[in-house]
Structures are given as structure tokens and as C-alpha cells.
Design a protein around this ligand. Structure first.
Ligand code: NAP
Ligand code: HSE
Length: 440
């Protein structure tokens, strides 16, 4: 049997084949189709039976799609999703109509593979329940950090450990922008324009630069790491739009780099889990500080394993298709053996706390009038709010003085209250910057 026989929908079809319906044939879907065709013999050997592609649903069937046999194209995604293929691969993105197609596939008895972070961050709990009731698999390794094997290691390999923190660079666009700001001293707006011209950033970059893409991924990571349900609404989110060249230069000067991090961790008192996305100062010696350009990396801290890091390409058609195919092979193997992957582990009824309860240390920069008593007055406000100062640095004199205060770990809401109160003092002209610090 030739490679194409193993994936074509007609010639060579066998009722023992594992049938695969591809809903979406764009950047990722077209690469999944290509790799399915090119590697058909290897995949058949790994699964134990040939994989047979039964259709590829797209919006526009007339668009040229090199590598996808024309007779497999359809614009009826709903029918293909509900066709009862052994595995339906959803690669159209967004919540609707992907949600309806995935539910239809599950209802028809198909296992589902998806790369859709938006759908999983919003509807993952319900979809897992539906898949469990129907006795089918639901896998979505590619939804977080593209090619990086991450969700299966978190959900399976670390299932015997207790994870205390997951934090990572899970958005390539913002890491590309921040890397260039750090390395070239460039302005945010200039690098964003370049990133759009080079195709790293979308024409509408809001989901990336506002942190929303990372927040959806943070919800998925937190659900797996803490065996509970976390949705997008539980994640507090601050993007990189307000990070200035001056912030980046000041961080560099102090031995730090600014990264957009997705962080999910257990509060020190064990009361709950905080999940958030925000620009963060990382010491240059931290492993995540070395992640440059559009690459992604996720750093996990677990009681027994200690520190573990996952690194690689977080996006792109071919890298993402690798993760999709990994899920597809696993789901297909289960079909052949009549088994299923583990159900979602959500036994842990832990509180998901607002990010105001998160603890980190901070750098706060104030523009102040340099005269006797100002520092004492500011320090008193910190003390009144229970925020401990670990260092102070002043540059400039008289009205131009810039006062940078470094704190010990503090609860976010206490720090916010402190900054607001300091901002009201007559001697303080401006709160010039507040940046969280992690990893030192
Ligand atoms: P894309 O290039 O926009 O492709 C989407 C595909 O779905 C296209 O073939 C489109 O048809 C088809 N489609 C969209 N709506 C449809 C509908 N209502 N009915 C039928 N077909 C429909 O998207 P992508 O970049 O491949 O992303 C796919 C998924 O992978 C998303 O969930 C995304 O978040 C995820 N992902 C992508 C990357 C990446 O680097 N691109 C990385 C990680 C995860 P037409 O071709 O006719 O327009
Ligand atoms: N837009 C995302 C990024 C890729 O920049 O990392 C897919 O999630």
C-alpha cells in the first residue's frame, strides 16, 4: 500500500482503517494533512492500522491547497464533524462554531483532537464531561505552546507529584517584541510595526499584546497542574502595551529582563491558586530569561521533581502540526486497542483566588521632590500597609529625583494600596512605574 492509499478517502479504503476527519485546512490544518500524507506508512505502523483521511472542511473549497487531495475538500464542516469518523481534528479556531462541531463529533462517537486554546479555556470542562460520557478521547496538546510537549507531561508524567507553580512564556509575538526592546533599546510601537510587517504579529495584535492569548493558555495549564477547573474568566490579565523602552532599560540596568509571563501558583498559605498574566521582571540568570524571540518555554516547580523546564516553538503551521499528530496517533492507538486516555482530573476543589491575592516582590518607581523627610514619609506608607522594603535607589536631584523602591514579597492588593497612597503625597509628583519581580 502506498502512502497516499493510507490517507486517501477512496482507493484502498478498508473498514479496519482508522478514519480521520479534518475540520480546518489553514496554517495548521494544511500541515497536518501534508504530514498525514507524507508519513502515512510510518503512522500506520505506529498506530497498528492505516489512518484514512475522510475529508477536510474549509470555508472556501476553491482556494488552492497544495498537498490536500481536491476530492477530500468540503465546505460542510458540520456534516464532516458529525460523520462518525474515528477521530475528528478541529483546527478552525475560535469558540463558535468550533464548539458546536466538537460537541457534534463527540455525540457521534468520535474522539477529538484540537489545537483550540480559546475553546478549551472557555468550554474545556463541559467538553471533557461530554467526552467522558461518550467514552471518547479529547486531546489538545497543540493548544498551549505549539510544538512543545507540555500538557501530557503535566497531566500524566507529573501526575504523581504536587505542583506548586507553573510559569511560562506562552506567547511568541510578545516575547519577540520584548526581546527586541531588550536587545535593541527599541520602542514598543516600532517593534510591533516590524513584527506585523514580518508576519509575527497579526494585523489586529490585541489578543497577543493584551495578554488574552496567554491568559487562555494559563487557564489550561492551571487546570492541569492543579487538578481543577480554571476558565479564562479566572485569569487576571495585563498585556505589554504600556511597557516602555525606559522600563526595559531600567530593568536591564538592574540585571533583569522584562517578560510577559503566565503564572499559576498556590498561595503560600495554601488557601488557593492565583492565575495571572502580566509583564514581569526576571533576573537575567533565570532560565526563562534566556528564551528569546518567538520561542516559548514553561517552567514548572514541583515538590518531588523540583524545577523542570519545557522549551521550543510555540507556533507555526508545521511545529503545531507535530503536536496535533502526536495527539492523533494516541487517539488512533486507543481506537485500535479499544482503550481510552485518562479522564480529566478535576477532583481538587481548590479556590481560584483573584490575582490581588498573589504574592510577589516589586520594583516601584516614583518621581519625587528631593527634600528632607520625603523618603521617611514614603517608607511610612509602605510600613502602614505591611509592605516591607528591601532596597531603595535614588537618581537625580531636586524636582527631577527618581526614587526606585524594591519590596520583599507582598500581597498584590497591599502593594496597590501602598502605591495609591504614596501617589497622594505632596512630595510625590508621579508613580512612574510598578513592575512585579519573579524568580530571584
Ligand atoms: P487558520 O489558518 O485561520 O485556518 C483555519 C481553517 O479553518 C481554514 O482552513 C478555514 O477555511 C477553516 N475554517 C474557519 N472557519 C470555518 C468554518 N466555519 N467552517 C469551515 N471551515 C472553517 O488558523 P490556524 O492558524 O491554522 O489555527 C487553527 C487552530 O490552531 C486555532 O485554534 C489556533 O489557535 C491553533 N493554533 C495555531 C497556531 C499557529 O501557529 N497558527 C499555533 C498553535 C495553535 P479557509 O481556509 O477556507 O479560510
Ligand atoms: N499568537 C500566538 C503567539 C500563537 O504569538 O504565540 C498561537 O497561540
Amino acid at each position: 500500500m502506498s502512502d497516499s492509499d493510507n490517507v486517501s478517502g477512496s482507493a484502498g479504503a478498508d473498514s479496519n482503517d482508522v478514519t480521520v476527519a479534518l475540520v480546518g485546512g489553514g496554517t495548521v490544518g494544511s500541515q497536518v494533512a501534508r504530514l498525514l500524507l507524507e508519513s502515512a506508512d510510518d503512522l500506520a505502523a505506529r498506530v497498528g492500522r492505516p489512518l484514512r483521511l475522510t475529508g477536510v472542511a474549509v470555508r472556501d473549497t476553491a482556494k488552492p491547497r497544495p498537498g490536500i487531495p481536491a476530492d477530500l475538500l468540503t465546505d460542510d464542516a458540520a456534516a464532516l464533524a458529525a460523520s462518525g469518523a474515528d477521530v475528528v481534528v478541529e483546527l478552525i479556531g475560535g469558540v463558535s462554531p468550533a464548539d458546536e462541531y466538537v460537541r457534534a463529533a463527540i455525540a457521534a462517537g468520535s474522539s477529538v483532537v484540537s489545537a483550540n486554546k480559546a475553546l478549551m479555556a472557555e468550554q474545556g470542562g463541559d467538553l471533557h464531561e461530554a467526552a467522558e460520557e461518550a467514552g471518547v478521547d479529547l486531546f489538545y496538546e497543540a493548544a498551549v505552546a505549539g510544538a512543545i510537549p507540555l500538557l501530557r507531561p503535566l497531566g500524566d508524567s507529573l501526575a504523581g507529584d504536587r505542583i506548586s507553580r507553573v510559569m511560562g512564556i506562552v506567547n511568541g509575538t510578545t516575547n519577540y517584541i520584548l526581546t527586541r526592546m531588550d536587545e535593541e533599546g527599541a520602542d514598543y510601537a516600532d517593534v510591533l510595526a516590524d513584527a506585523q510587517a514580518l508576519g509575527y504579529a497579526e494585523a489586529d495584535p490585541t489578543a497577543d499584546v493584551a495578554g488574552l492569548d496567554a491568559a487562555a493558555k494559563a487557564a489550561i495549564l492551571a487546570s492541569l497542574a492543579f487538578h481543577t477547573r480554571v476558565t479564562l474568566d479566572d485569569v487576571s490579565c495585563e498585556g505589554i502595551e504600556n511597557v516602555t523602552a525606559a522600563d526595559v532599560a531600567a530593568a536591564r540596568d538592574m540585571g533583569f529582563v522584562i517578560k510577559l509571563l503566565a503564572i499559576a501558583d498556590v498561595t503560600p498559605d495554601g488557601a488557593g491558586v492565583c492565575v495571572r498574566v502580566h509583564p514581569t521582571m526576571l533576573p537575567r540568570t533565570h532560565p526563562l530569561a534566556a528564551v528569546r524571540g518567538a520561542f516559548n518555554a514553561v517552567f514548572v516547580e514541583a515538590d518531588a521533581a523540583g524545577q523542570v523546564m519545557f522549551y521550543g516553538q510555540g507556533a507555526g503551521g508545521e511545529p503545531t502540526a507535530s503536536a496535533v499528530l502526536g495527539d492523533l496517533v494516541t487517539a488512533a492507538r486507543h481506537r485500535v486497542s479499544g482503550s481510552l486516555g485518562a479522564a480529566a482530573s478535576t477532583y481538587n476543589d481548590v479556590a481560584i483566588l483573584p490575582a490581588t491575592q498573589a504574592r510577589t516582590s516589586y520594583y516601584v518607581n516614583f518621581s519625587v521632590t528631593d527634600k528632607p523627610g520625603v523618603l521617611a514619609e514614603i517608607a511610612q506608607v509602605f510600613a502602614d500597609n505591611g509592605v516591607s522594603i528591601s532596597g531603595v535607589r535614588q537618581e537625580g536631584l531636586t524636582d527631577q529625583a527618581s526614587l526606585t523602591i524594591r519590596t520583599h514579597e507582598a500581597v498584590d492588593e497591599a502593594l496597590r494600596a501602598t502605591v495609591a497612597a504614596v501617589g497622594e503625597l505632596d512630595s510625590v509628583r508621579e508613580v512612574a512605574g510598578v513592575m512585579r519581580v519573579v524568580g530571584d
